[in-house]
Design a binder for this molecule. Structure first.
Ligand code: GTP
Ligand code: MG
Length: 330
């Protein structure tokens, strides 16, 4: 049985409509990975949550160290939930530090996480910029219980990118994993030997149905998986004014004094200030929040919004996208 080096799926040359197809079984990559890697094509796959849970169960049956990769812009409300599935020691690896403003210190974020969550250790990294990977390797060596270390996390968190960087930095091998901005790139577990005493195992990403990416057009995949530092967008807002964010989110300012809203969302998303009497996007599901100045309103998968004084807002958004308040992250 031969597996695709990019996504881990079993290769087959019988049915072009099924996953794992390659015209020639001698190839190392399936057709999907070939197209993603060479042409940047987006080819979505229907996921199966059960398969993923079985992978987690298998990991939980080992005593091996787990790296839980989290996208810094997509920190779930309760990261400890992963403990329902995994009894292993877990290092929380917050990836994509490069997209936060440079002034934000790693230490501040780590303290924020330590106060709320319960993991063996915490590291803030950027796979893209090779930032803090030496520190992560030191921690892997410190905590690993065998040669095997598993990498888990939500789809698009950057698991395969990180493993490719580790292979590039710390082994003589050539990075082979497929990386892309579409959800569900990796399809099966993939063992990657880094050194004689370290094998890292990539896994398919968990699909969180509360993430906005599931409800947006493919054109947003690249925008949401931004490679650029976020330039916060600030708007002075009076009541009865609203912000239209892309073509999928509307925020109305409904109670409070003149305020200032700052949006930490990828730069490619267009924002427009309008009068609240306009009906744009009012067909979407509606929710109200009393937002305090020390809090972020998180739009899961998009980013977060801050205000400088307390006020009441109403938001229109797809009903399945999670929104929640948290103490300011930065
Ligand atoms: N800005 C930034 N983008 C990153 C970083 N690491 C990964 N990415 C991007 O995030 C997207 C997803 O990366 P992948 O490595 O494919 O993510 P994954 O977790 O393996 O995804 P699945 O295989 O779908 O579970 C790609 O567009 C990457 O280029 C990082 O450190 N910074
Ligand atoms: Mg992957």
């Amino acid at each position: 049985m031969k597996k695709c080096l990019g996504c881990g799926i079993e290769l087959q040359s019988e049915n072009i409509l099924n996953v794992g197809y390659t015209p020639n079984i001698e190839n190392n990559y399936c057709m999907r990975c070939f197209k993603v890697k060479n042409y940047g094509e987006v080819i979505n796959i229907d996921s199966n949550d059960e398969d993923y849970l079985n992978i987690l169960k298998g990991i939980s049956n080992t005593n091996d160290l787990v790296l839980y990769i989290v996208d810094i812009l997509n920190i779930k409300e309760n990261l400890n939930d992963i403990r329902e599935y995994l009894n292993n020691d877990i290092i929380l690896v917050l990836n994509k530090k490069d997209i936060l403003p440079k002034s934000v210190k790693d230490e501040k974020i780590i303290n924020y996480l330590k106060e709320r969550y319960d993991f063996k250790d915490y590291v803030v990294i950027s796979s893209l910029n090779n930032n803090n990977l030496d520190l992560l390797m030191t921690k892997i060596k410190k905590y690993k219980t065998s040669n095997n270390v598993y990498v888990v996390g939500e789809t698009n968190a950057g698991k395969s990118s990180l493993i490719n960087k580790i292979v590039g930095n710390y082994s003589k091998n050539i990075p082979s994993l497929t990386v892309s901005n579409m959800p569900e790139t990796t399809l099966e577990k993939i063992k990657i030997k880094v050194t004689e005493d370290l094998t890292i195992i990539d896994t398919p990403g968990i699909v969180d149905r509360n993430n906005i990416i599931n409800y947006l057009d493919k054109k947003y995949y690249k925008i949401l998986n931004t490679k650029r530092e976020i330039k916060p967008k600030t708007y002075q807002i009076n009541i009865h004014q609203s912000l239209l964010i892309g073509d999928f989110l509307r925020i109305d300012y409904i109670e409070g004094d003149r305020n200032s809203f700052t949006l930490y969302i990828p730069n490619g998303i267009k924002v427009k200030r309008i009068n609240s009497k306009h009906g744009y996007l009012k067909e979407l599901s509606y929710k109200e929040y009393e937002l305090k100045f020390q809090e972020d309103l998180v739009i899961y998968g998009l980013g977060f919004i801050k205000m400088v004084i307390n006020g009441k807002i109403g938001i229109y958004l797809n009903k399945d996208v999670k929104t929640f308040l948290r103490k300011n992250l930065i």
